[in-house]
Ligand binder design. Structure first.
Ligand code: NDP
Length: 370
């Protein structure tokens, strides 16, 4: 199984993404008839390893098309023009990309840069009058997230976040079964998210660019998953941080955080976010009448799920292909996804992460009203 954890341990980017292409061939055809509806024309900003994965996956999209690229590295722009057939007139750098506002051939810009850069870049995209797509975490705190939402509202553009699991078939089937009361009253969720991070010099271990440590990068999946798996918002939070390597994980860069949620129904959650433990990629949902498990739960796949009634046999998909086609439906046709992927959804995660950091720092139980 290939996971993003393996992937990040052996950083770096595009070489690895290319090696994953055979797995992407597992993508199911999304339609059997030629598609004749509107197509979302996307420019990607920040041509790193995840951007390359998204660009490769977009080659199989029906409703979304990669048409532009924005980069601080001229050689990457040249390479992307050749590899993805992107016209030079749709390529920009970080100084010039506000000019995208005069480019009628681009509908949306997908920002895939280090976390702390999303805020300013998304606001510039909004001011250029284009729909904005941000990678997760949308921002490094809820205040910055709110500013991004406000800027997009003010500019009259939509803001979406790359929550690819919100479209993943096993995940959606468990949500469907939970809503159909198949597990009875939900009592407990466990989310384990982590991997051992490699290169100590990478931006993920630099607070100024990452905004934190494992919580911002991988713990956010447990935060977000606790919400969509239980169908509730946490009303209190406690958290504990442990650090075994303060040289690699400096001040403001969390190595491992355990955190707990209480929900209004009385259900609880217990989660683990780590940059120093391998094989953490598991969700477990417990109810009075049944249970569900996703393991792996948020890696690139294949995702596997089972319940007290047996294995789930939902289709294996390429997450990024599906996500971009769904984003096209949302942005062009006003489609409402089962689990939201908009800026308001991301602000909830950021408020929770702010509270987790506060709880870990102070040892206090933090009340939340989302
Ligand atoms: P990479 O380091 O591989 O790529 C980031 C790119 O951002 C760089 O290649 C560079 O592109 C650009 N960039 C601009 N300024 C800087 C800077 N100061 N330092 C470093 N890079 C800079 O990171 P990833 O692609 O792994 O992650 C990017 C974002 O995507 C993060 O927010 C991450 O959380 C998210 N992500 C989401 C995943 C998911 O499954 N949804 C999986 C992996 C990442 P250029 O040279 O073109 O300017």
């Amino acid at each position: 199984m290939q996971t993003r954890r393996d992937f990040l341990q052996k950083i770096t980017g595009s070489v690895i993404a290319t090696s994953l292409l055979p797995r992407m061939a597992q993508a199911l055809p999304l339609t059997t008839r030629p598609y004749e509806g509107p197509v979302l024309r996307v420019a990607i900003l920040g041509l790193g390893s995840y951007a390359t994965r998204v660009a490769d996956a977009m080659q199989s999209c029906t409703k979304a098309k990669l048409v532009g690229a924005i980069s601080g590295t001229p050689a990457k722009l040249t390479a992307w023009q050749a590899k993805y057939n992107i016209p030079a007139k749709n390529c920009y750098n970080y100084e010039t990309f506000d000019q995208v506002k005069d480019n009628p051939d681009i509908d949306a810009v997908y920002v895939i840069t280090p976390n702390a850069l999303h805020h300013d870049q998304i606001i510039r995209v909004a001011k250029a009058g284009k729909h904005a797509i941000s990678e997760k975490p949308m921002a490094v705190n809820a205040k910055e997230g709110q500013e991004m939402v406000d800027a997009c509202k003010q500019a009259g553009v939509k803001l979406l976040v790359g929550y690819r699991m919100h479209f993943e078939p096993h995940t959606l089937e468990i949500i469907r079964q939970r809503k159909a009361n198949q597990y009875g009253k939900i009592t407990f969720f466990q989310g384990l998210c982590g991997f051992r991070i490699g290169d100590p010099a990478q931006w993920r271990l630099n607070h100024a660019l990452a905004g934190g440590g494992s919580m911002m990068d991988i713990g956010i999946y447990a935060v977000n998953g606790a919400r969509y798996m239980t169908g509730e918002e946490p009303s209190w939070i406690t958290a504990q941080e442990t650090k075994t390597d303060p040289v690699k994980f400096k001040e403001g860069v969390d190595e491992t955080i355990q955190f707990q949620f209480g929900f209004p129904s009385g259900a609880t959650a217990s989660c683990l976010s780590s940059y120093n433990m391998n094989f953490l990629d598991r969700f477990f949902l417990d109810g009075t009448d049944g249970y569900a498990e996703l393991w792996p739960s948020t890696g690139y796949g294949p995702i596997k799920g089972r319940t007290n009634k047996g294995e789930l046999d939902q289709p294996i998909v390429v997450h990024q292909t599906l996500q971009m086609d769904e984003f096209a439906d949302i942005l062009l046709e006003g489609h409402q996804p089962v689990v939201p992927v908009d800026g308001e959804e991301a602000i909830k995660d950021l408020k929770i992460i702010d509270a987790i950091y506060l709880a870990a720092r102070t040892g206090q139980k933090i009340a939340l009203n989302l």
